[in-house]
Design a protein around this ligand. Structure first.
Ligand code: ADP
Length: 746
């Protein structure tokens, strides 16, 4: 079979994570014996040809994973919009025998890729007619295969839940709003913050949700009142009256009123100053949102998509066609590129034509749902209960190790439930507090400012009820007339809920619907592919490892870094993927002396060839005998003059910190669903207690009765761990450069 030749380019606006995607495309291609070429400066390089199209080798993409922007450059190219420009592009691609492309860019770049895919046969024929290529060349390359990856911070494309770069942009936005909130609160000021998004309000909406902002304006959903300014001012005024010390209004670049007139941040400021008499400042975040090192999520998303792009091309299943690869509910999905472009353009068209309901419906279901949630959360006060409205008494507690995002979940649950007329009761100190009766009513303002706080304001611990605890808990539940329970927490929280659930025949008070919301940095829970807190921990690890790596620029050094997770290797594997570690030790795979010896030899070989830095990540529970200390000592003893060794046990910094936007958004969404679930279940004779989580591409409630057989009790992790499937990609990325590959010198 002939060797495939793949070209990769980044185009349009740059986005953090593009480098990780390019790295994954290059290394996966080389690993699978394909030839891979970088097309520098996007379509401009394709049209110009010459040294703008260069073969890549293993090292060409070394050391770029943590860098923002794109090292192969990006540009806008007017010539490529013309047929003649594309004719030059085809000639240049064919001069290298390239007839497969991975295009990483936004709507415009992917439109260009679609056009090229469609026109390829006629452009090739024209080149033959002009005598610019031989007829045999044309025969060998009858069509162009295209895989598009959405690289754009705006997240405005159909076909993927999230684009490469959007998560990092949300990091910048929430960091900025958190910082602004603290200064605004000190001076009792109002701030208007403008975020990017000309057609798409994703960043503004999610930024507002994650930061607990007080008002948000997006293009797809203009305020439906003529005097929306008055409504906004009323809410903000009332917020001040009940004790908010600041007002933050988030405005998307493309925000507009319902007649299509732009709503600028300066206009909003003027309104606030005139109508509220408030000292108001404007912050336009601008290009800061595009810049900086990619988040752990963006690095891993890009790596997995880049690898999948090459695998899709090499599978031969889409020869001559154009597809978009994206992620839906944590699963990689491919969709014809033409369909994605068409649907994206339809939404933009709907926004332009003022068909806002249609536009909202055409964005993903979660977009509309998030908008509704944010609209409730920004209220100054809950709705007045309607006559006859049922009022339920729901308790909420946090349990297990601290996980960033617990407060976000509790805040959202309290506000969303209180807004529906329910009474929320906060249980302090987890199940210990439920035994001791530390139960207090929580109202709208008791959770004010909790959205961005790490740790748990309610307090959390690993207490699991035993013996007489059950009587005490039953008595407290009855005394407070608790009708439903929301537990936000990790493994021991789940265990505690299961203990109560098991005894519901003995203690009638336990016969209430209970729901578990997964919150643990370890990500070791059954029926929840992702838990709240894990993304924050992952980012803390990745930030620390980036710094550790930088500390060793000149020295020949191996670092052994230990990360948390007990016997669940999620954090270890995902941080290895995001930092480019060459080896990761997991309990799931086991560690043998032979493994250590093989790895030692590989390291020595690498350093002999000029390697400067080695990075090994070890999950804390990987092996009881081969501890981090043991491994570091072994390498030190045997590494001789080739390298020095340092170990870093990252410890509790992994549990701390404010939650990332990803964790805040997941916590808020899950809390909203849990409140709805409890409302449905309370009072039903056949009420089912359950846990929420993402399972095989769907967020669902799994009945508690099904949990015990899905849990590996001995090792404290689920029996099935989806992320173990990512090991082959991690291995390919981390291996030393393969030698016998079809690599081209250059
Ligand atoms: P983005 O990819 O971020 O949306 P642009 O819209 O600027 O960025 O598009 C990037 C490049 O893609 C353009 O400079 C142009 O070369 C190419 N392109 C965009 N639209 C088309 C089109 N309709 N036909 C051909 N090429 C296009």
């Amino acid at each position: 079979m002939r060797v495939r030749r793949i070209g990769v380019l980044t185009s349009g606006g740059d986005a953090p994570g593009m480098n990780a995607a390019v790295r994954a495309v290059v290394r996966t291609a080389l690993d699978k014996d394909a030839l891979v070429f970088a097309i520098y400066e996007g379509y401009r390089g394709m049209v110009q040809g010459g040294d703008r199209i260069r073969p890549m080798n293993w090292q060409s993409v070394g050391g770029i994973l943590h860098q923002g922007g794109t090292v192969i450059g990006t540009a806008r190219c007017a010539e490529f919009r013309e047929r003649n420009g594309r004719l030059q592009a085809v000639r240049n691609l064919l001069s290298h025998g390239i007839d497969n492309l991975v295009v990483i860019g936004g709507d415009g770049s992917l439109t260009g890729a679609q056009v090229l895919n469609e026109e390829w046969p006629e452009l090739v024929a024209e080149l033959v007619t002009r005598g610019e290529i031989a007829p045999e060349t044309a025969e060998r390359h009858p069509h162009l295969t295209v895989v598009g990856l959405v690289g754009s911070i705006d997240n405005d494309m159909y076909g993927t839940d999230i684009s490469i770069g959007a998560d990092t942009a949300l990091h910048r936005i929430t960091d900025a709003i958190d910082a602004i909130t603290s200064t605004a609160a000190s001076h009792q000021r109002s701030f208007v913050v403008e975020v990017m998004g000309r057609h798409c309000g994703y960043l503004a909406l999610m930024g507002a949700m994650a930061s607990g902002a007080d008002w948000v304006l997006i293009p797809e959903n203009p305020p439906n009142l003529d005097d929306w300014e008055d409504k906004m001012c009323q809410v903000l005024r009332k917020g001040r009256e009940i004790g908010r010390r600041d007002s933050i209004v988030v405005v998307a670049e493309g925000a507009q009123d319902r007649y299509g007139n732009p709503i600028t941040c300066h206009y909003v400021r003027q309104v606030l100053e005139e109508r509220l008499g408030e000292d108001t400042r404007v912050t336009i975040l601008g290009h800061v949102q595009r810049g900086g090192s990619p988040s752990a999520f963006d690095r891993n998303l890009s790596t997995l998509l880049g690898a999948a792009a090459v695998e899709t091309i090499l599978s031969g299943e889409i020869d001559g066609q154009a597809y978009l690869l994206g992620i839906r509910n944590n699963t990689i999905k491919r969709t014809p590129l033409a369909e994605c472009l068409q649907r994206t353009h339809e939404v933009n068209e709907a926004v332009r034509n003022g068909e806002y309901e249609k536009a909202m419906a055409m964005r993903s279901a979660s977009f509309e749902e998030s908008f509704r949630t944010v609209r409730t959360l920004v209220r100054a006060l809950p709705h007045e209960p309607e006559p006859g409205q049922q009022s339920l008494r729901i308790a909420v507690l946090t349990a297990g190790g601290p996980a960033p995002g617990m407060n976000t979940a509790v805040r959202a649950a309290v506000r969303l439930a209180v807004d529906k007329g329910h009474q929320m009761l906060g249980v302090y100190n987890g199940f210990k507090g439920l035994v001791d009766g530390e139960i207090v009513p929580l109202d709208w303002m008791s959770v004010n400012g909790w959205a961005h706080l790490g740790g748990s304001q309610l307090g959390t611990n690993r207490h699991i009820p035993r013996n007489s605890d059950f009587y005490a808990i039953a008595r407290n539940l009855e005394e407070h007339n608790i009708q439903g329970l929301l537990m936000v927490g990790g493994w021991s929280g789940y265990e505690a809920v299961l203990e109560l659930h098991k005894r519901r025949d003995i203690f009638p008070a336990f016969n209430i619907p209970m729901v578990c919301l997964p919150a643990t940095i370890d990500n070791d829970l059954p029926c929840a592919e992702l838990s709240v807190g894990a993304d924050t921990a992952l980012n803390s690890i990745v930030g620390a490892v980036d710094k550790i790596k930088q500390s060793a620029v000149a020295a020949r050094r191996v670092f052994v870094v230990e990360v948390m997770g007990r016997r669940c290797g999620y954090l270890a594997l995902m941080s290895a993927l995001a930092t480019g570690a060459e080896r990761v030790y997991l309990h799931e795979e086991g560690v043998t002396l032979n493994d250590l010896l093989v790895d030692l030899k590989e390291l020595i070989k690498g350093f002999k060839r000029g390697k400067q830095l080695g990075l090994i990540i070890r999950s804390e529970g990987a092996n009881d005998t081969y501890t981090t200390d043991f491994i570091a000592s072994l390498l030190k003893e045997e590494g001789g003059d080739f390298f020095t060794v340092r170990q870093a046990i990252l410890g509790h910094l992994q549990q701390g910190g404010n939650p990332t936007p990803f964790d805040r958004i997941m916590a808020t969404r899950y809390a909203a669903k849990c409140v709805e679930y409890l409302e449905e279940q309370i009072g039903r004779p056949d009420a089912v207690s359950a846990c929420i989580g993402l399972v095989a591409g769907e967020t669902r409630f799994t009945p508690l009765a099904e949990l015990p057989q899905l849990m590996d009790w001995e090792n404290g992790r689920p029996k099935q761990e989806w992320w173990l499937n990512l090991r082959p990609v991690a291995r390919i990325m981390a291996q030393p450069a393969p030698h016998s590959r079809a690599e081209v010198e250059g």
